[in-house]
Ligand binder design. Structure first.
Ligand code: ATP
Length: 813
């Protein structure tokens, strides 16, 4: 399958704009001087030309297919009703009409899907035409005489005349040789088993607009030039794919296809999110036909991040996978029961607390309620709840109580005590529904029913009349039509009126879960629950009293939402999603162990990929990921991969920030130089001016995305307003901001999670702003968002995590 070397004339493809400045910096040896060029440049360019020409031809064909299918879609839409005979005069015709419409709608949907698929495939090829491939390896299989030349790109491309692969998909088995090895003896896993051989050449290309800009041979150039090129570029409003430069450890993450739980711990900027997305693309490719994008779910930290990463998969020719946030899940499950605080409001609340008793109470509450000790306490509580501790609500119907709470409790008390709680509740539910049915029978002749029958519509009468008519035709005995119609009508009316009651019972809303949760805190306040060891009794009582107050006001603080949901599921049964096959949790360090446990239970048939960095844990509780890692023995096939190389930031930024991270010495900086981080002390009334100047410096340096990162949303709003008043054009971001844009943004550190900027300015990194341990991680997160340059303004003395850094890792003014 060696690609043929037919030289074709260039097709004069439109050139993309390329950052020439960067180009020269990155490749001083690759200017227009022919002598400096790689000796095989011409030959490779001829191959590019040939592939591009074939791609152009294919594109013409694909575009014709797209218009053909599009035409069919338009045609079906236009003549949709021509092929459907609509007849609703009797029930049989109605059913027939329904099926005819459904059939027509299915044909349309299928054609639309084909159209979208064809259009997407054409788009990918259009894009690939500009960069048909990014690498070449020459591989000789053991025992074979021929060396195969393998070009690797974002998708496979085949010569339809010869059936040869002109380009291999980066996910093809042989492509892993490129990612995992240097030239020499190599092996890779193929469907037919392990294949051994020798890689005689590993070549990388920078191709834009169908023209080779640079090419390097591993072993001849030092280091990874293509990676340097990729990392020297500017930050983007959308995350880029990294398929041309995936590193070996990242490739392990991407191609792991066996672990039920894969935990990836990695430094800031080590490519965890990138690896996760390329992994999704890899799995979709490998299991094509069996795995759909809709069976994969990514938990992301916030909507901003979701939009930031949304492009990666479509760029690789794959459908986007589902995305959600844990809060979205919580809010959906607890809808209608409470006003649920979100994680960002919790953070804002905690960050704005002055040191003192209130801060101690709220911080303890947030961290303790996320602990496994509290989860265990809830488990124990639920298992010992029955029967006296259960709380029920009465069943009410139109201002009347059909069953009192005590009557419901009495039904519960009759259920089998040794059954699991959800089974007992289900038994109560069945009994309640039966009693509602009986109640409905009794009510048939009630006076209010008689009154309301008068008010029923003509359609209702018509419906009932037809039903009775039909029944009479089949009846073998005499039939009192008038009486039958009246009964039918009354039944219809009662069913309508009782619908909310039945739904209440079906939703198991008769179990007063909020009261049961609250009861735990009431018992704790009364001293009937052991105070957590080492905790001051007054602080403990305040936590309990505050929780009771919030619940009474129907507010659920964020720290209570997961334990509450957990308890609710222990009582009422677990919601499960068995359709999902892969769940990715990015920023996994921000989840408590209970939250991770809840997700695990929710997706029992799914593999889990957890990606996180304990040093960026921004919540006031311990990162649950650490606990999961400790549980490796209880997960057969559990795999843990550590990524230590940081790619996002320049080496000086990494050298400065890694000292702030626990075990940060292990973080390896990629050898990309840049200015030293700058720390400048400033008077409080001088900060706005200083930041304004810095923004100007960054803009002059050509940075397109600049972030001013603050500790809280309050500070962000204030500073953005001051900067705008001072003449800077600053966009203020908050938790509702859904998209990224180039330019200058002001953003609280906790919302800057997972994203990056060319230049970062941290506003007020002083000791009075960042004091507590969990703020260290917030500060580290803020600083590590910078790709090329980092500056920190301090209103007062720099915080201790700056002060602890070696003096030569930053410049101080
Ligand atoms: N192999 C690679 N080739 C090119 N760029 C890479 C590679 N790995 C990572 N990067 C780049 O490094 C930056 C950081 O990557 P990513 O956001 O995936 O890291 P992360 O570990 O999720 O970061 P954080 O935890 O700080 O949010 C991105 O710009 C990404 O494109």
């Amino acid at each position: 399958m060696i690609a043929q070397e037919v030289v074709q004339p260039s097709l004069g493809i439109v050139e993309e704009t390329v950052d020439v400045h960067l180009q020269k910096e990155a490749y001083p040896m690759q200017d227009n001087n022919q002598e400096n060029r790689h000796p095989e440049w011409e030959r490779e360019q001829a191959y590019v030309d040939r592939v591009v020409q074939k791609m152009e031809a294919k594109l013409i064909q694909m575009q014709a297919d797209v218009s053909l299918v599009r035409g069919e879609v338009v045609d079906i839409r236009r003549h949709f009703w021509d092929d459907v005979t609509v007849n609703v005069s009797n029930p049989d015709d109605l059913v027939e009409t329904h099926f005819a419409i459904r059939q027509q709608a299915e044909i349309l949907a299928e054609r639309e899907r084909r159209w979208h698929r064809a259009a997407e495939a054409a788009q990918v090829l259009e894009k690939q035409k500009s960069t048909p491939f990014f690498a070449r390896i020459d591989f000789r299989e053991q025992g074979e005489a021929d060396t195969e030349r393998v070009y690797i790109g974002i998708a496979s491309f085949r010569d339809e005349e010869t059936d040869d692969f002109l380009v291999y998909d980066w996910r093809a088995p042989i492509a892993s040789v490129y990612y995992d090895h240097t030239p020499g003896p190599v092996s890779f896993a193929a469907p037919r088993g392990e294949i051994r051989g020798e890689m005689t050449l590993k070549r990388q290309f920078v191709i834009r607009g169908g023209n080779i800009f640079a090419m390097f041979d591993a072993g001849i150039t030092i280091g990874d030039e293509l990676l340097m090129y990729a990392l020297s570029g500017r930050a983007d409003a959308k995350m880029k794919n990294i398929v041309a430069t995936i590193q070996r450890e990242q490739n392990r993450v991407i191609r792991d296809d066996t672990s039920p739980v894969l935990v990836v711990r990695g430094a800031a900027g080590s490519g965890k999110t990138s690896a996760a997305l390329q992994r999704a693309a890899y799995l979709l490719y490998k299991h094509r036909g069996r795995l759909q994008a809709s069976q994969m779910l990514l938990f992301s930290p916030n909507p901003l991040f979701s939009s930031y990463v949304a492009n990666v998969l479509p760029e690789l020719g794959e459908q986007s996978i589902e995305q959600t946030t844990f809060y979205e899940y919580l809010a959906r499950r607890l809808q209608g029961e409470f006003v649920v605080e979100d994680g960002f409001d919790q953070l804002e609340r905690l960050l704005n607390l002055e040191d003192g008793t209130q801060a101690d109470i709220q911080m303890f509450s947030a961290s303790w309620k996320a602990s496994s000790a509290f989860a265990d306490a809830i488990h124990e509580y639920v298992s010992q709840l029955a029967p006296s501790g259960m709380r029920f609500l009465p069943i009410r119907f139109m201002d009347r109580t059909i069953m009192t709470a005590n009557e419901v409790a009495a039904i519960f008390a009759q259920t089998e005590a040794h059954w699991r709680m959800p089974l007992r509740i289900e038994a109560v539910q069945k009994e309640l529904l039966a009693r509602v049915d009986a109640f409905a029978q009794e009510e048939l002749s009630a006076a209010w029913v008689e009154d309301e029958l008068e008010l029923m519509s003509d359609e209702d009468y018509q419906r009932v009349h037809q039903k009775v008519e039909k029944r009479r035709r089949h009846a073998k005995h005499l039939f009192d039509d008038a009486q039958a119609e009246r009964n039918e009508l009354a039944q219809l009316l009662l069913n309508r009126r009782l619908k909310p009651v039945r739904r209440f019972i079906q939703r198991l809303a008769f179990v007063d879960v909020p009261a049961i949760y609250q009861q735990w805190f009431e018992q704790a306040l009364a001293g009937n629950v052991p105070t957590p060891s080492g905790v001051d009794i007054n602080l403990w009582r305040s936590v309990c009293a505050n929780t009771i107050r919030a619940l009474e006001a129907q507010r659920l603080p964020y720290e209570d939402a997961t334990p509450y949901l957990y308890m609710k599921e222990l009582l009422l049964g677990q919601a499960v999603n068995t359709a999902m096959r892969h769940v990715f949790i990015d920023e996994a360090q921000d989840y408590s162990s209970l939250q991770l446990h809840v997700i695990r239970r929710l997706f029992p048939r799914s593999r889990l990929t957890l990606l996180g960095d304990p040093n960026q844990a921004i919540y006031a509780h311990d990162p649950g990921m650490a606990v999961i890692s400790e549980l490796r023995h209880s997960f057969p096939g559990f795999t843990s991969i550590e990524l230590t190389q940081s790619y996002r930031s320049t080496a000086p930024i990494v050298r400065f920030t890694r000292g702030m991270a626990r075990e940060g010495a292990a973080i390896v900086a990629f050898d990309r130089e840049g200015p030293l981080p700058l720390v400048q002390q400033v008077a409080s009334d001088g900060q706005v001016q200083l930041i304004r100047t810095w923004i100007g410096d960054y803009q002059s340096a050509g940075y397109q995305s600049i972030a001013v990162i603050c500790r809280t949303q309050q500070e962000t709003n204030r500073l953005a307003e001051q900067l705008n008043r001072a003449g800077c054009d600053v966009r203020c971001m908050d938790k509702t901001t859904g998209t990224f844009a180039a330019g200058v943004v002001a953003v609280p550190a906790y919302l800057a999670k997972g994203v990056e900027f060319d230049g970062v300015i941290v506003a007020d990194g002083s000791a009075s702003a960042y004091r507590r341990e969990f703020e260290r991680q917030l500060f580290y997160t803020a600083c590590t968002r910078a790709m090329h340059e980092l500056r920190i303004a301090c209103v007062g003395n720099p915080n201790r995590w700056i002060a602890e850094q070696p003096a030569d890792t930053y410049a101080r003014v």
